[in-house]
Design a binder for this molecule. Sequence first.
Ligand code: PMV
Length: 331
Amino acid sequence: MTRNEPIGGNSAAAIAHPNIAFIKYWGNRDPHLRIPLNSSLSMNLGALTTTTRVTYSPDLEVNRFQLNGKDIKGAALARVSDFIDRVRSIAHLEYRAMVISDNNFPTGAGIASSAAAFAALALAASFAAGLHLDEKSLSRLARIGSGSASRSVPGGFVEWQAGETDDNSFAFSIADPEHWELIDCIAIVAEGHKPMGSTQGHALASSSPLQAARLASAPQRLDLCRKAILERDFEAFARVTELDSNLMHAVMMTSTPNLLYWQPATLAIMHQVMEWRQKQGVEVCYTIDAGPNVHVICPVYNQTFITQRLENIPGVKFVLNSPVGGPARLI
Ligand code: PMV
């Protein structure tokens, strides 16, 4: 049966946060369903938000997408439109959708805008279509838009169980946002779009001779990182987080073609952070996603001091600060 009248109203809005992974996801078992090759672990970034409204209407002939006030066409529209069509098909809905999204942070600055985007979109699109999905189903749905979006559905510190199928690859909270007052001081080195997005990047991972070693040791790092978070053990957390980031970048640098996301300022920040922790005993560590910006993680009491020091490093344009954030939610 095809339903023409969406149940529960034809419009809904949701808010979601990006997340920063401490144990990274890089490489897919199934690229279409975005089933990853290893489980990963992250925290949501509460100060950064994507707000998305989805409205299904009989007046629309195609799905439309507006981001930060601009009509989006091309590949980005196709990705959103495919996602909407998946939700429409689950809900047996004929109406097309208008998607209006706003980010309060720079899009394409290497702060995982797709994670917040697809978490907010999954929630708004499914609810407006009359589907009331539980957290697990929502995480699975968001994952199909962007793998890391599965981790922006639950709140706080979040683990994404890799699984092997669509059913058992989803994310869940391991601790609430209040569990540990960590701050992500994101040192922005370059804005603008990355040379290669993560969807294509994942496909290159298996061409690196280092990927097998990274994957073999990932479960052990996940256990260490989860334990460090649950015990609020900063030193153990810092060691495993930097190691995991370095391993992912080693895979990136040694794939064919190779990916080198770091800029000179990226490396300068890494050296400084290592010195602050190892020589000066400051609780601070770094992790880097598929871009040149550095996520510098520290307890809240070091936030001002670390931010000021980062701002003084040549090549750092500005620093965005975020505490741990909550789940994706309707507004
Ligand atoms: O969700 P994607 O396809 O944008 O991949 C995210 C990849 C990294 O940000 C580099 C790592 C991660 O686990 O978030």
